[in-house]
Design a protein around this ligand. Sequence first.
Ligand code: DP6
Length: 350
Amino acid sequence: WIVSRTARAPSNIAVIKYWGKRDEDLILPLNSSISVTLDPNDLSATTTVSTSPDFDADRLWLNDKEVSLSSHRYVSCLKELRDRATDVKDEKTGIVITKEDWKHLKLHIVSKNNFPTAAGLASSAAGFACLVFTVAQLMGIKESFPGELSTIARRGSGSACRSLHGGFVKWEMGKRDDGKDSIAVPLAEHHEWDDLRIVICVVSSRQKEVSSTSGMQESVQTSPLLHYRAKEVVPKRITEMEEALSKRDFSSFAKLTCADSNQFHATCLDTSPPIFYMNDTSRRIIGLVERWNKSEGSPQAAYTFDAGPNAVIFVPQKSGGALLHRLLYEFPPPEGMNLSSYVVGSTELL
Ligand code: DP6
C-alpha cells in the first residue's frame, strides 16, 4: 500500500526584514519581521509526500531532481514532525498507521515550484512551509499550541514560518531559548486589503552569489548597523507597520516598506566584505518610484528588495496601470524586464 498527501504553499515577501540570527541551530532571529504571502497560483511550491512499507529510505525530489535530505535543516524538520506523529486512518485506502509505525516508515517527498528557483524569489520559504504542512497532514499532527507548525517550518528556513499563513504575517522573534515562542502569527487577511497589488520585476534570473544564510551570518559578525537596527529600529517599525496595516494606511505602509528595504541593503553594505544584492537596474527602479512619489506629493507605490536584485513593488489597484506604464517607459521591451502582477493568498491542502 501507499498513502499520500499533496499541498501547496506560496512564497512570501518581507516588508520589515529578518536579517540575523541569535541561534543558528534553532533559527531564532535577532528581530521580528512582517511579510505578505503571495497567491499560490502565482508563486508557490506544491509537494506530495507518500509513505509505504516498501520505501527503504527518506528521499526528496526538487523540481524533478533528487536532492539529499542529509542537511541539518531537513533532518531537524523531519525529526520534529515524526516526534508529533499520531495514529491515522487513511480514508481512501482504509489503512491504519499508528504512532509507532511512523518511527519506522520512510517518506518520499516530491516538490515542485511553479516559478524558476533561479529567479531568486524566496523558493526556500515556500518549499519548507509546504514540506512541513504536507507531512503534518499525512501524519495527522495537531498543533499543541498556536503556531507550533511554524516553529518547525522555521527550522527549515526562517522566512518559511511566515508562509504558513495568508495575508500579512508577523514572525514574532520570541524570547525563549528553546524557540517555542518564535512563531508566525497572522495580522490581516488578504481580503481585508484586497485592492493592494504586488508587481514583481524580475531584474535578473541569475542565482544570488551570497546566500541569505551566509550573508546574514557575515552581517551579524561584522556590521554594527545590524545590531543597532535589530535593537533600536525594527521594534518601533514593527509597531508602526502593524498600525498602518490595521488602518489600511498605504502612505505609512509605503514609507516603512521602502525605509526598511533600504536599511537592510545598507546593512549588507556595512558588512565586511560588503554584500551587494541590488544592481543598477534595481537602483533605477528605486529612482523611478521615488520620483513618482515625490511628484504626486504622497506615496503612490512602495518598493522592497530581498537578497537579490529583483524588485517587488506594492501599489493600490487604482495606480497599477500608471505604475506598469512608467516601468515599461523606463524599460522598454524586448530587452526590458518580465513584469508580473501578483495578488496575495495562503497555504492550502489540495
Ligand atoms: C532578505 O529565511 O532565506 O529574504 O533562515 O538562513 O534560511 P535562513 O534565511 P532566509 O532569509 C530571508 C532573508 C530576507 C528577508 C526576509 O525574508 O525577512
